[in-house]
Design a protein around this ligand. Structure first.
Ligand code: G6P
Ligand code: MN
Length: 454
């Protein structure tokens, strides 16, 4: 089986490879060939050096090939993981800084920053989807590319339900909540509903009983893990559900923005320096690439969402917070369920159909879905609380305005459509609940150059 990774020179690639190495099952349905595609040959070299060290002494390690030619990478692929970062960390830093300059949240996927990131990424993701439709029409596509909900929905317009989006934050929340009530996370079922980076865990069912009410009543247990510390027991009890960690940017917006503005560097700026050091070391050809990667990874994970933690008392992430389940393991579980027709229930970004009443059929939602060789089908979520549904509807309108802006700008000749694309982009930014004025949205759009043609 052949797996192609778009963005294969990315920093998280060794995590995926590690998960592939751990899969020692029989050959059918196991990845035997890995193709890394990236636009940057230097990054491919560095990551290949890490993977080579990982594969030492592993006779069943998948063969690795690298290319900067998209069609060549796609041809013959059974699965395509898309994990690209259009504009690199330089682009991320700008997505953060420009909104912060206007006093609103500057973050990779939430708020104005997420919209800017989407506007830059969507045309590229759509072009990739078209190449997949032509060159590898039978491949399954697993999308990690952020903003994952928006990008998955756009790619589905070209490829349909063969595109499935993933994120590690819902499963991380679920597993932490289960552990907090002393349950085995693998033996619980979870009622989680939302969009990507905008969801709520509503029930944690163990042996037929919902344990969330008990958890909500126990302040110590509740505040023992990441989301409990971020939101505080009082708010979680008032809400009656456990929000995804990204909802901290909504519910505690003022504090989050203040904390990010005070930090010496944004997340993107920090990672830009950190990652440059890693790629220089790993690409140098000397031994020790794996060690350098591991060191960098630990530092990266330990500093994740540092500003939100700073704003809520300055606590450190502990090992329980870090063991979320990981992108890599979710992606592999999804790939195995499809390739081996082994039924599994995973929280995924899929087309709604009728799972969430109040959202239309084609809206990509993040909910538990049953996966087998036929793909992923969402489980019925049942009624959603009005505040949650309201936010989901608003953010879905934001996502769709961004998709409209990107498709209009990408599809036509320069100059003829800029008014339409600008209007849609302005809607995407100004309708976002974390952007407080249309004027602010307009200035952010102008400063970003999002609609300038390459
Ligand atoms: C989580 C989210 C991803 C996001 C990542 C950012 O894993 O689910 O969607 O890309 O965090 O982590 P970073 O280390 O890049 O700030
Ligand atoms: Mn995510």
């Amino acid at each position: 089986m052949r797996l192609t990774v778009l963005g294969g020179g990315g920093f998280r690639m060794p995590l995926v490879y590690r998960a592939l190495l751990e899969d020692t099952g029989d050959e059918a349905g196991r990845c035997t060939e890995l193709v890394l595609y990236d636009t940057d040959p230097g990054r491919l070299d560095a990551i290949r050096a890490v993977l080579a060290e990982q594969a030492e002494g592993r006779p069943t390690a998948p063969a690795v090939r690298a290319t900067t030619d998209l069609d060549e990478a796609l041809r013959g692929a059974d699965f395509v993981f898309s994990a690209i970062r259009v504009g690199g960390l330089e682009g991320r830093a700008r997505d953060e800084r420009i909104p912060l300059g206007e006093g609103v949240l500057g973050q990779e996927t939430v708020g104005a920053g997420g919209v800017l990131y989407g506007l830059r990424t969507l045309p590229v993701a759509l072009r990739i989807a078209e190449r997949i439709a032509t060159v590898a029409p039978d491949a399954w596509v697993i999308n990690f590319t952020n903003p994952a909900g928006m990008v998955t929905e756009a790619m589905q317009r070209v490829l349909g339900d063969r595109v499935i989006g993933i994120c590690d934050s819902p499963v991380g929340l679920c597993r932490r909540a289960a552990r907090a009530v002393g349950a085995d996370p693998d033996r619980a079922t979870y009622d989680y509903v939302g969009l990507n980076h905008l969801g709520w865990l509503r029930r944690v069912v163990v042996n037929g009983r919902d344990r969330l009410p008990e958890l909500l009543g126990d302040t110590a247990a509740l505040e023992s893990f990441e989301e409990g510390k971020l939101f505080g027991a009082e708010w979680l009890r008032a809400l009656g559900a456990l929000p995804n960690e990204y909802l901290h940017y909504y519910y505690f917006n003022r504090e989050a923005v203040a904390s990010i503005r005070q930090a010496p560097a944004t997340r993107g700026e920090f990672l830009r320096e950190q990652q440059a050091r890693f790629y220089a070391t790993a690409g140098s050809g000397a031994a020790g690439a794996l060690q350098a990667w591991e060191r960098t990874r630990l530092e990266r994970e330990a500093t994740y969402m540092a500003e939100s933690r700073e704003a809520t008392g300055g606590w450190e992430r502990d090992s329980c917070d870090l063991d979320g389940g990981g992108y890599d393991r979710i992606a592999l579980a999804l790939m195995r369920a499809i390739a081996r027709d082994e039924r599994a229930t995973l929280i995924l970004n899929v087309r709604n159909r009728t799972a969430v009443p109040g959202l239309d059929e084609d809206a990509v939602v993040e909910v538990p879905a049953v996966v087998d060789a036929g793909g992923a089908r969402p489980l019925a979520a049942g009624a959603v609380a009005p505040d949650q549904l309201g936010l989901m509807l608003t953010l879905k309108a934001v996502e769709r305005a961004a998709i409209e802006a990107a498709t209009t700008a990408a599809g036509t000749e320069a100059g003829t459509d800029s008014g339409i694309a600008r209007g849609a982009a302005l809607r995407a930014l100004a309708l976002h609940p974390l952007v407080d004025s249309v004027k602010v949205a307009g200035r952010i759009l102008d400063a970003s150059g999002a609609l300038d043609r390459p």
